[in-house]
Design a protein around this ligand. Sequence first.
Ligand code: SF4
Ligand code: SF4
Length: 201
Amino acid sequence: MLGEGILKGMAETAKNFFLSYVSKERLTTVEYPEERIPAVEAARVFPFLVYDGADWQAGMRCVACQICEKECPPKCIYIEKSKDKKPDFAGKPQFYPTRFDIDVSVCMSCQICVEVCPFEAIKMDNEFELATGDRFGGLLYDRHQLARSNEYYHSVHPTEASEVDARLAAEKAKVEAKSKTAAQAAAAKAAAPAPPAGGGR
Ligand code: SF4
Ligand code: SF4
């Protein structure tokens, strides 16, 4: 019949229109900001810096290697490396950033900084309500503003954060086993009887 396709299409549209008032799956309008839908785990907005423990400075994972700064396509990361070192999650002395700024007015949320970081130190946040009247200073976040606890990381990306924890725990166990073996070897050497005086030639 001529126009049958059009009638079928109109019927489908009408069905969807009326069902959108009663069917939960079809209620696609979210009355933001009163109503919010939870962010999906893969959502990403701008990066944050992960720290372990309660002290953001002591626990910051970043070792100021500056790989992310070099790889960031729009060059919106600014890092200054410390002169001294502090222990990392495994107790190894590492440099840390005395300055770590991200200009989020320039950041394009590409996640390259996250992908190139060998220390699981930078991750993507899903926070998007960042409006400010200060176009420049208000969007240049320093290391304190960027710092988020590992617990926070778990709350936004639970699957990924658990995998990272497992990897870091395995790495820590390896470092501890290595230093234990070295300590045992040193103790065995110290306990070995000294060679007789005047021995040799
Ligand atoms: S998400 Fe991309 S643009 Fe933003 S800081 Fe990281 S590398 Fe740079
Ligand atoms: S966030 Fe990662 S890649 Fe960037 S400086 Fe810190 S440790 Fe290096």
